[in-house]
Ligand binder design. Structure first.
Ligand SMILES: NC(=O)C1=CN([C@@H]2O[C@H](COP(=O)(O)OP(=O)(O)OC[C@H]3O[C@@H](n4cnc5c(N)ncnc54)[C@H](OP(=O)(O)O)[C@@H]3O)[C@@H](O)[C@H]2O)C=CC1
Ligand SMILES: CC(=O)[C@@H](O)[C@H](O)COP(=O)(O)O
Ligand SMILES: [Mn+2]
Length: 385
């Protein structure tokens, strides 16, 4: 890489954010941190800023501004707080790449603003494309901005497509681990706890995505994310359960040939690939050994037991603001499940009820998405009581 890339890491204190900083640390000649942000974890944000010396940090929770300012002003680091500040700093001239490692709907506006300022995006925040994939991808095209996927499956597909950009995709095959409850029936799921749901078999991730993996909503969100990233029709997207999470996803081309990307479940690989693209930078991450995995297995997803995957396909087929409704309802029910307020199976019931009752909009504007998100949250909270 000729020039160092100056990176804004939104959500630097999370699972993706901290691993992105590991990547920066191992390639000081390639990357430099320009912006760091967190929502509540002021302590870790301050520690990261003292080590990586960004120009700017943003703490989402405004009540923590004084704490962060007191620690970082003396280091010459500018401190801002609140969601509006985050949405503005992404447009700074000094940023070369924005990594969206924050969780949930909060990722949408900063991503849109960064695209409008012509910043390439390394996208971990899948909710952005689920909520408003059409607007976001159109904006990216208008502004000539590349969106590099970080999500492991989408990075796998992207890696399979390098050198193939003029060859049409026949279909993609998204792999799913099946989560901690793979093979279980609805009777079992009636009583599962958050502690059980938070034990992902292969990946160590933030709480929200881990619950989504357990309920197969994560795969549903990824189907929608893939539709927008790779401009696919619903029928071109297949989900296959692959419990070992070694094959991260596959692309089938029109000659029938299938390409796959493999590796140990380690998010630093896709994070580094997105940050360094088009270069494949060296790493000393542990290597995959076939002898440790004598059998790689595949199953059909159980969409009767895990309703969320079907709901996501339904939302994608319906188009309009339906995926925005699905996402907002899901963010609420996951938060309520983590507070022990709703049961595991109830989560899908509430999402389905919101999809059936929140007003449908055929061709939503950005303002329609904002309103749909707010309305759905109110409805989902009511249904969670
Ligand atoms: N973790 C993984 O391996 C993978 C994650 N992803 C996606 O990446 C995104 C991040 O996931 P993950 O790192 O696991 O999540 P975490 O919960 O670990 O981290 C989330 C980060 O976002 C910040 N944050 C939380 N809420 C807000 C908000 N309202 N506004 C601004 N910042 C906020 C958090 O700050 P604080 O720490 O202060 O709360 C934290 O820095 C998600 O969209 C997820 O689906 C995709 C593939 C794999
Ligand atoms: C690491 C990553 O990309 C996650 O989205 C992962 O895919 C979760 O695994 P499953 O949703 O397949 O259980
Ligand atoms: Mn994934």
């Amino acid at each position: 890489m000729t020039d160092k890339r100056r990176i804004a890491i939104l959500g630097s204190t999370g699972s993706i954010g901290t691993q992105a900083l590991d990547v920066v640390k191992s390639h000081p000649d390639c990357f430099e941190v320009e912006v760091l942000s967190a929502q509540n974890n002021a302590e870790l944000l301050i520690k990261q800023a003292a080590e990586f010396r960004p120009n700017v940090v943003v703490i989402g929770n405004e009540a923590l501004y004084d704490t962060v300012f007191a620690a970082l002003d003396q280091l010459g680091i500018k401190v801002y707080s609140g969601a509006n500040s985050l949405a503005q700093v992404v447009q700074m001239d000094s940023i070369d790449l924005v990594l969206t490692a924050l969780v949930g709907y909060a990722g949408l506006l900063p991503t849109i603003n960064a695209i409008k300022a012509r910043k390439p995006i390394a996208l971990a925040n899948k909710e952005t494309l689920v909520v408003a994939g059409e607007i976001v991808t159109q904006l990216a095209e208008q502004h000539g901005v590349n969106i590099y996927p970080v999500d492991s499956e989408h990075s796998a597909i992207f890696q399979c497509l390098v050198g193939e950009f003029h060859n049409p995709i026949e279909k993609i095959i998204l792999t799913a681990s099946g989560g901690p409850f793979r093979g279980k029936d609805r009777k079992f799921l009636e009583t599962v706890t958050k502690a059980q749901a938070l034990k992902h078999p292969n990946w160590d991730m933030g709480a929200k995505i881990t619950i989504d993996s357990a309920s197969l909503m994560n795969k549903g969100l990824e189907v929608i994310e893939a539709r927008w990233l790779f401009n696919l029709k619903v029928e071109q997207i297949e989900v296959v359960v692959h419990p070992q999470s070694i094959i991260h996803s596959l692309v089938q081309f029109e000659d029938g040939s299938i390409k796959a990307q493999l590796g140990l479940p380690d998010m630093r690989i896709p994070i580094q690939f997105a940050m360094g693209f088009p270069e494949r930078l060296r790493s000393d991450f542990p290597r995959f050994n076939f002898m440790d995995y004598p059998s790689l297995t595949f199953e059909k997803p159980d969409m009767d037991t895990f309703r969320n995957l079907g709901l996501a396909f339904e939302a994608l087929k319906k188009q309009g603001n339906m995926a925005c409704i699905l996402n907002a309802a899901n963010e609420i029910v996951v938060a309520e499940f983590l507070k022990d307020k709703v049961g595991f199976l109830q989560m899908s019931d509430i999402v389905a009820e919101c999809m059936a009752t929140v007003p449908f909009i055929d061709h939503p504007t950005y303002e329609d998405y904002v309103a749909t998100d707010a309305l759905t949250r109110v409805k989902a909270i009511e249904l969670s009581k």
